[in-house]
Design a protein around this ligand. Structure first.
Ligand code: OSB
Ligand code: MG
Length: 371
């Protein structure tokens, strides 16, 4: 499979509901789509980075530069026998995982389309539908949060994840539990706490949570080990895990009992697959996280979530929760807490090219001979 052209497209979509985490409020996604072409077939990948480096060090403009100056030159004109080789081709470039995964994912889609198989099938997925939860941003008051969560429970989500931060945590979670004693519930702190908050965080154990996601620093696995020893609530790591090696070390230390796998954060589908395999071997649960993706990234998430180790509901909620109009057709929809894994070739959704072009703010195409 010869890589003929690669296009980096920058696009912008407004969120239906502003999304507040412990680090920012987002109202819009300013993101990249990478399109890789071989013999007239196009594969699509999405970059999970946001406009600002608040979740991790990567951000849209930086990813655009790394892709155009460093990653694409390593791939353009090459002959790719299988997408699993892309990780090795890009290995000379350190980190920059979200930029890498955007182009790696596009090549997986392209390869699957050429083979006439679904992306889920190409990555080794075994499930035809996956359980899905909703990630709920921080709200102004307990009552506003409970109303929002109640509507999501009525809609049928398989679990509710609530963003928390100091000052918007225990009382908010208790208010949900009072109204919904049985709902599968978890919290995500996006590194808003330190070990000094241990006594406070121990109260989470009263709330029967599935897990607490990334309570401590984004780059830590040692303090998380100490905290996990003090908590009955399982710790799930998100920001701290960038590779299968990070995963192995976190497991060895006992820093978590659950891993949130985001394809972008770990540098692509090949790495995500290796993490899933390791966790399955070691008996850890994994689930598929999200980065408020458009339908293209969402489709990739559904494909890896169909791997057998993804035993917990993921953040792969329906398109209509995020966008007035998604860039894929049909959009991602949910039925009784489950989303079907597409069975068509590649990502299994058509791209709404007219809509994608309408939301494009800039684009640049690279060809084999020059630019
Ligand atoms: O920590 O999982 C996270 C959104 C933005 C940045 C970080 C995170 C999230 C989410 C939303 O939780 C997941 C989604 O709905 O895509
Ligand atoms: Mg998280």
């Amino acid at each position: 499979m010869n890589i003929d052209t690669i296009t980096v497209r920058r696009a912008s979509l407004d969120l239906i509901t502003p999304f507040t985490t412990s680090f920012s409020t987002q109202t819009n996604r300013d993101f990249l789509i990478v399109e890789v072409n071989s013999g007239g077939t196009t594969g699509y990948g999405e970059c999970g980075a946001f406009a600002y480096p608040y979740y991790s060090e990567e951000y849209t403009s930086g990813c655009e530069l790394v892709l155009t100056e460093h990653l694409i030159p390593l791939l353009i004109g090459t002959d790719i026998s299988h997408p699993s080789v892309v990780r090795d081709l890009l290995a000379p470039i350190k980190r920059n995982n979200m930029a890498k995964s955007a182009v790696e994912g596009a090549i997986w889609d392209l390869w699957a389309k050429n083979e006439g198989v679904s992306l889920a099938n190409a990555v080794g997925g075994t499930k035809s539908s996956v359980e899905v939860g909703l990630s709920v941003g921080i709200k102004e008051s307990e009552s506003e949060l409970v109303d929002f969560v109640s509507a999501a429970v009525d809609e049928g989500f398989a679990r509710i994840k609530v963003k928390i931060k100091p000052g918007a945590d225990l009382s908010f979670l208790r208010a949900i539990r009072a109204e919904h004693p049985e709902v599968p519930l978890m919290a995500d702190a996006n590194n808003a706490y330190t070990l000094a908050d241990t006594e406070h965080l121990k109260h989470l154990d009263e709330l029967d949570l599935m897990m607490i996601e990334q309570p401590l620093a984004h780059d830590d696995i040692v303090d998380h080990r100490h905290l996990q020893q003090m908590l009955r609530t399982p710790i799930c790591l998100d920001e701290s895990i960038h590779s299968v090696h990070d995963t192995r070390k976190a497991i060895e230390l006992g820093s978590c009992r659950i891993i949130n796998i985001k394809i972008g954060r770990v540098g692509g589908i090949s790495e995500a697959k290796d993490i899933e395999q390791l966790c399955r071997d070691e008996g850890l649960s994994v689930w598929c996280g999200g980065m408020l993706e458009s339908g293209i990234g969402r489709a990739h998430n559904l494909a890896i979530a169909s791997l057998p180790g993804f035993t917990l509901p993921g953040d792969t909620a329906p398109s209509a929760r995020y966008w007035k109009k998604d860039v894929i057709s049909p959009e991602v929809t949910m039925d009784r807490g489950r989303v079907d894994v597409p069975q068509g070739p590649g990502i299994g959704f058509d791209i709404d090219v007219a809509h994608l072009e309408a939301i494009t703010t800039s684009e640049r195409t690279f060809e084999v001979d020059g630019r």
